[in-house]
Design a protein around this ligand. Sequence first.
Ligand SMILES: NC(=O)c1ccc[n+]([C@@H]2O[C@H](COP(=O)([O-])OP(=O)(O)OC[C@H]3O[C@@H](n4cnc5c(N)ncnc54)[C@H](OP(=O)(O)O)[C@@H]3O)[C@@H](O)[C@H]2O)c1
Length: 284
Amino acid sequence: MPYSDQPTVIASGVEIPLLGFGTWMLEPEEARRMVHEALRIGYRHIDTAWIYKNEKAVGDGIGDAVAEGIVARDEIFVTTKIWVEHFHRDALLRQAEESAISLGLTPDLLLLHWPKPTPSLKETIDALNEAQDKGFTRHIGLSNFPSPQFREAAALSKAPLITNQVEYHPYLSQKTLIETARELGSSITAWSPLAQGKIADDAVIGEIAKVHGKSNGQVTLRWLIQQGVIAIPRTTKVERARESFDIFDFELSADEMARIHALARPEGRLGDWLDAAFHWDQDS
Ligand SMILES: NC(=O)c1ccc[n+]([C@@H]2O[C@H](COP(=O)([O-])OP(=O)(O)OC[C@H]3O[C@@H](n4cnc5c(N)ncnc54)[C@H](OP(=O)(O)O)[C@@H]3O)[C@@H](O)[C@H]2O)c1
């Protein structure tokens, strides 16, 4: 297995590194630099999206690392996403090809960025499968799909949907969706895993961090990957990227895990752009 030196999760037979590097809001120049640095540090999973307008820069950052011999292409797991304006068949295939060209590689994973009621889920899922058949991506998946739409998409898809990337951090429960993913043989990827930095001031996480000689960010990421959830933190700072990668040498106890789970609260959601036709799972 290409990522054998770090923890991974297997979803429908596909191995995915549990820790990735997020690139939302990174301007192209910064995205290129940080992706290169992240790969130098040891990250083997990079997350981008068409709407982030940095796919080419992300690809260039990967290219820089490959050219330096830091990593080989097949040792990296690269995810990108189909934007919601491209959910009709032809537009989806056009964007899938464009994303692969911009990245300069075939992504490992192509996600539908947010669910929407039109066009039909069948048309979009068929097109996503077609994009995979045409070689524009190795695997396919979803993002921001509540359980009912997650199940519907999985039933419609010929190929397995290997992840559902959703907001998940200590202030938001995703118990139901994690269970749904498990039942479907899929996985959950946590976006905003650090609650966009809010965990830095948390007293409970701080107490646990002190016990382990770690930072609040490290404890939070450990809490996620210890659940078998993929985490994709983002930073513009190399030192923080290094810190977030240093989470494989300690373990949280069952009691510590439970104390962090107990921080979830109804108003904990940070990014709610779900179409009004759909509803989040009851606990999230
Ligand atoms: N699928 C979707 O709809 C979706 C939505 C949102 C995000 N995502 C993906 O998920 C990734 C991560 O989510 P995110 O970028 O929203 O949030 P995040 O990773 O939870 O937080 C990033 C923010 O936290 C700060 N930060 C980083 N490390 C920290 C630490 N150790 N302590 C305190 N603050 C820290 C960063 O600031 P500095 O730069 O100053 O370090 C940045 O402002 C994105 O980059 C993107 O790839 C996907």
